[in-house]
Design a protein. Structure first.
Length: 254
């Protein structure tokens, strides 16, 4: 049997393992580590929110204060970006924010799987936003929504070209939204695990000497963990900020 070298963990960490194989009507419906991580995130976030608001004290405790702070942060982002008319969209945007943020953070724990580092997941989230925004636009603007694809004052002879460009640009919205968060989280995870692999390689190659030398990349890995947590917060915020911009376009005709 030919020897096949094992890929470093920095790459293997993104492999999806099947926990419960299942096939229905020819479709692979297996329960995987990705599904496990997403369900774990939903359970954790639900428990956190329910526990935080269980008493709703006038003078909030730490847990209630943290829940209110997260909700206020998201609500202010939506209202400042999309206006007061977007108040009904706050629960939707809030759900996206906590799902992305806590799902990414849980990926740094011993569960060791970050579903936001997979393009199929981030694209699914962005397509959900795309569908929500279009439904919102048609509901609030009706047929007037289609004026979005033809800027006011456009000369008639340029209209066909501009409409095609605007439609293509509009259809690419979910792709750019999904790829942005996927690429940043993927890169951060690879960087962290590369330092971990480097520590192992030094120890295996140099023994006790390598174990001592590996302290430096270990320290760098710890620093990167803190930096990665900040990246998660920034990426979750950018996701809901762009979503809020799309909601603003859906609610207000141009």
């Amino acid at each position: 049997m030919a020897y096949e070298p094992e890929a470093p963990y920095a790459i293997r960490q993104f492999e999806i393992d099947v926990l419960v194989p299942l096939e229905l009507f020819g479709l692979n419906m297996s329960f995987t580590t990705s599904a496990q991580a997403m369900i774990t995130t939903v359970i954790f976030v639900s428990a956190y929110l329910m526990y935080g608001i269980r008493e709703r004290a006038l003078v909030p405790g730490r847990m209630q204060a943290s829940v209110e702070a997260v909700y206020s942060f998201v609500a202010n982002t939506v209202l400042k970006t999309a206006g007061q008319e977007a108040r009904s969209a706050i629960p939707f945007v809030f759900s996206l924010f906590v799902f992305i943020l806590f799902g990414s953070l849980i990926g740094l724990t011993p569960i060791k799987f970050t579903f936001t580092s997979h393009l199929v997941v981030t694209l699914a989230l962005s397509l959900t936003v795309f569908a929500y925004v279009n439904i919102l636009a048609v509901r609030h603007q009706g047929a007037g929504f289609f004026r979005f694809f033809l800027p006011a004052g456009t000369p008639l002879y340029l209209a066909p070209v501009l409409v095609v460009i605007e439609v293509i640009s509009y259809l690419f919205r979910p792709i750019t939204l999904g790829v942005r968060i996927f690429a940043n989280i993927l890169a951060g995870h690879i960087m962290i695990k590369l330092f971990a692999d480097f520590c192992v390689m030094l120890t295996e190659a140099l023994g006790l000497t390598g174990f001592g030398v590996s302290v430096l990349p270990l320290v760098m890995m710890i620093v990167l963990y803190g930096f990665e947590c900040l990246i998660f917060l920034v990426q979750a915020y950018i996701f809901i900020l762009i979503t809020s911009l799309y909601i603003r376009d859906a609610l207000h005709a141009h």
